[in-house]
Write a protein that binds this ligand. Structure first.
Ligand code: COA
Length: 387
């Protein structure tokens, strides 16, 4: 069956973009990706855009139409997709499936969120909507609080330490410092993480991803069209998605995310690559503990051993398996609807050899791991360059 290639990528700088509105962010990322693909609007068949909650963050609904309108792409069919913080990953997957199914040849997959117009309290409540409203949010649970429960249980069962979690942030900030589009382009030390203010014990400020504005977009094409427009497309080798309970308390175990485990099994079953062939990955480090769980859920380390492996530097840039070379959600920022697309953009840039100071040597196969809420949705993609 025909492959699907990524022929264009573009994103805004992530951060507190006070002077840019939702439409400005969409237009900037959209224009960049279309220019990068070297394609004209009349060749685009459809748009899928991820946004978690533009209605609550900035009062704007009907995001599918807003995206086409802001990009000057009317009357192309344009749909918003939503899976909380995995909305971007879902947009990529829906775009991929629409080409794979033969309906379209060229599709834009993007994501956007304009979060900093809300104060932290409002943003926390809006983000909380991705959890269980009746049982978690109503009783005061926030996302930092839910991930703190996961961290405590992981510490209890496997002896994971706060210092080991801090190393996730140290690594991701070091990578973000090399990324000109990242929100936080500075390094932090383990001591700084450990001394940062407590948000939800044991998670501190520097264990948390921030509140961010940003947009990101890709152009996907069928194999024939991809080869016409691009000498070296990055191929979407496999895509998989899985679901779990909304509420953390409904799960048999909370030291990992079952949806991520199931999606991992599926994605490798579909892929022409196995784990040992993955050269780098972008994983969903919304909180430092989440990256440790992700590495265990995907089987890159044995259960309970991610903290120790992180401390040994095994996931640093140009180490055994570089993780979150973009800076991850922690350092690059987390505009929730855009994150899944940013992950695919980072892997694409790495596979094209365009990642600048954070380039991974001989990167050929990369993976993205995008999670919605506290793990109710997980979406994984494997991307490959060259062959
Ligand atoms: N990491 C590093 N620095 C951060 C930060 C973070 N996560 N969040 C804020 N800052 C910095 C700001 O840049 C600011 O620095 P400055 O004074 O030099 O300008 C300072 O800390 C205060 O920022 P402020 O926005 O007032 O912080 P806050 O206390 O209101 O919010 C959090 C901090 C951690 C509560 C907030 O970022 C948060 O809720 N993060 C989690 C988001 C989330 O749940 N996402 C979904 C995941 S599933």
């Amino acid at each position: 069956m025909d492959r699907v290639g990524i022929i264009g990528v573009g994103m805004t700088k992530f951060g507190e973009r006070w002077k840019k509105g939702l439409r400005d962010l969409i237009a900037e990322a959209g224009l960049k990706t279309i220019q990068d693909a070297n394609i004209t609007g009349d060749k685009i068949d459809a748009i899928y855009g991820g946004s978690m909650s533009a209605g609550r963050f900035v009062g704007q609904e009907h995001i599918g139409a807003v995206i086409a309108d802001s990009m000057g792409l009317n009357p192309i069919p344009s749909s918003r997709v939503e899976a909380a913080c995995a909305s971007g990953g879902l947009a990529l997957r829906e775009a991929y499936l629409s080409i794979k199914g033969g309906e379209y040849n060229v599709v834009v997959a993007g994501g956007v969120e304009k979060m900093t117009d809300s104060c932290t309290e409002e943003a926390s409540l809006t983000l909380g909507g991705a959890g269980d409203q009746e049982w978690e949010v109503f009783n005061g649970a926030t996302f930092p609080g839910l991930y703190a429960l996961i961290a405590r249980r992981h510490m209890h069962e496997y002896g994971t330490t706060e210092e080991q979690m801090a190393e996730v942030s140290v690594k991701n900030h070091a990578n973000a410092a090399k990324n000109p589009l990242a929100q936080f382009q500075f390094e932090v030390s383990r001591e700084q993480v450990m001394k940062s203010p407590k948000v939800a014990d044991p998670l501190k400020l520097l264990d948390c991803s921030p509140i961010t504005d940003g947009a990101a977009a890709t152009v996907l094409a069928s194999e024939e069209v991809a080869k016409e427009y691009c000498d070296d497309p990055v191929w979407i080798d496999a895509s998989a998605q899985a679901t779990d309970s909304l509420a953390v308390h409904d799960r048999k175990s909370i030291t990992g995310l079952n949806a991520a485990k199931v999606a991992t099994e599926k994605v490798f079953k579909k892929s022409s690559y196995d784990r040992s062939e993955i050269d780098l990955a972008e994983v969903h480090d919304c909180f430092s503990i989440a990256e440790l769980c992700a590495l265990e859920d995907m089987g890159f380390v044995k259960k309970g051993e991610a903290g120790k492996a992180m401390e040994e530097g095994r996931f640093n840039l140009n180490a055994e398996l570089p993780i979150n070379t973009s800076g991850g959600l922690k350092g690059c920022g987390h505009p929730v609807g855009a994150t899944g697309i940013k992950q695919a953009i980072e892997i694409t840039k790495q596979l094209r050899g365009e990642a600048g100071k954070r380039q991974v040597d001989e990167a050929e196969v990369g993976l993205t791991h995008n999670v919605g809420g506290s793990g109710a949705t997980a979406i994984l993609h494997i991307l490959s360059g060259g062959r």
